[in-house]
Design a protein around this ligand. Structure first.
Ligand code: SF4
Length: 343
């Protein structure tokens, strides 16, 4: 199943066509009528228009680059995993608070890597080095890789690879429900798929060009029905007036929709809204009309970070209320679920 990707332009590294996956993506995109331009290197992408930061951002979000991953040194990914698994970078979604907005520069185009065998071969080396310890890889540290999965198939390949790895595990988080190709795979419970959810109002207000809540719940239900370890990340939790009613409504909807499924390995992660000064400045450049609550003086305190920069988090009082609320509701509605953290 191919999805209606939102791309206005596609660039290919010439060497990508030497790989079967590169050829397959090329043919699929041509069939869909995309005009494909060739690049010398995926790191030098010229030809994305943009007179100002806002225009550059939106144009890049509609640009796909298909290339080869040259750097095979994996970044660490603490605390949820040991390493990042670099299959894709960037995302076609346009969430105002996306963590990638401060990481991928002014033109955050989407890159698919076609040398998946080589990337997984490298993962194998990391696993071998650490065994008999289990090594966990996160495939969504720099992207939402499910958004382009119908084109790349890279996650399916990775799920099949990890199914056979006694000492390796895969995990990724997504807002996109394109999971049908995962359902027939032998996964051996070695891949955990988490869905990122929020209230309908917050999705509509801030998570532009992403699937709605019901579509995400459909995706979650499918993978849980097929025995995948699963999970939900509710983030960012925004403590606007009426937040308890809205988040209770979200949890009730999840419960009503998922209650008949055996979710014996279901985890929850809850993350309150926070922002750095740098992120706030970037958001205001690209979304000058944003409704995101980013007034440092209202309900916020400054928290020093590990690497010298700090962020604005909710005040202690607000965070305590939030933690108590989620603990209570989750224990009522999902007594078997594991809460990884509420922060
Ligand atoms: Fe970022 Fe995820 Fe939204 Fe994509 S879906 S823009 S990765 S927050």
């Amino acid at each position: 199943m191919l999805t209606k990707l939102k791309f206005k332009r596609v660039f290919f590294e010439k060497e990508a066509l030497d790989y079967p996956l590169g050829k397959k993506i090329y043919q699929n995109l041509r069939q869909e009528g995309f005009n494909i331009h060739f690049l010398k290197s995926h790191n030098r992408v010229t030809g994305i228009p943009g007179q100002n930061p806002r225009e550059a951002f939106f144009q890049a979000k509609s640009t796909l680059v298909v290339g080869i991953r040259k750097n095979l040194q994996f970044e660490t990914c603490k605390p949820s995993a040991h390493y990042q698994l670099p299959l894709v970078t960037g995302c076609e979604g346009i969430c105002e608070y996306c963590y990638l907005n401060t990481q991928l520069g002014k033109k955050p185009y989407i890159r698919i890597y076609v040398n998946v065998d080589q990337i997984l071969g490298e993962a194998k080396k990391y696993i071998e080095k650490r065994k008999p310890e289990i090594t966990i890889f996160e495939a969504a540290a720099t992207s939402d890789p499910v958004a382009v999965e119908p084109y790349s198939g890279a996650l399916s390949q990775a799920i099949s690879f990890f199914a056979k790895e006694e000492f390796g595990r895969l995990r990724f988080v997504t807002k996109f429900p394109y999971v049908d190709s995962f359902l027939s795979l032998e996964h051996n419970k070695h891949t955990r798929i988490r869905f990122s959810l929020n209230t309908e109002r917050i999705i509509k207000t801030y998570e532009h060009r992403t699937p709605d809540l019901q579509e995400r719940l459909d995706g979650l239900k499918k993978i849980a029905e097929h025995g995948y370890p699963s999970g939900v990340i509710i983030a960012p939790v925004i403590l606007d007036a009426g937040w308890k009613t809205e988040y209770e409504d979200l949890l009730q909807k999840m419960h009503a929709y998922l209650k008949d499924i055996n979710m014996d390995d279901f985890h929850l992660e809850i993350i309150s809204h926070r922002f750095t000064t740098r992120a706030k400045n970037n958001i205001l450049q690209v979304f000058p009309q944003t409704l995101l609550p980013m007034d440092e003086k209202t309900d916020r305190k400054f928290k020093y970070g590990q690497f010298g920069y700090g962020k604005f988090v909710y005040t202690e009082d607000k965070l305590i209320q939030m933690k108590e609320f989620f603990k209570e509701k989750i224990s009522q509605l999902f007594p078997e679920a594991v809460i990884d953290y509420i922060i």
